[in-house]
Ligand binder design. Structure first.
Ligand code: SF4
Length: 92
């Protein structure tokens, strides 16, 4: 499995070491290179979210994704559309 989480910046706590997805298949967290139908996306994201629900660093993961403007994938249990909605709510 390839760790798909970002490298920690110098001085930043390396929350990735505690990530539930460390040993999970990254294909659950990011869309494939080919067109993905909605039912396939929903199934893939449900697997990823189930892992995120038991993750002790979900808050750190989501915070990173929001700060970094990650535009793809599941981070902290939220997909790109959910993160965009959250950003809008917070900035409103
Ligand atoms: S919250 Fe989800 S995507 Fe983030 S580190 Fe944990 S398992 Fe991985």
């Amino acid at each position: 499995m390839t760790d798909h989480r970002p490298a920690a910046a110098a001085g930043e706590h390396d929350w990735r070491a505690l990530a539930t997805c460390c040993n999970a298949n990254a294909t659950y967290f990011f869309p494939p290179n080919h067109f993905e139908r909605k039912p396939e996306k929903d199934t893939r994201e449900a697997v990823a979210r189930a892992l995120c629900r038991s993750c002790p660093v979900a808050t750190e993961c989501l915070g990173y994704a929001l700060r970094a403007g990650e535009s793809h994938g599941i981070w902290g249990g939220l997909n790109e559309l959910q993160r965009a909605r959250l950003r809008r709510r917070v900035s409103a």
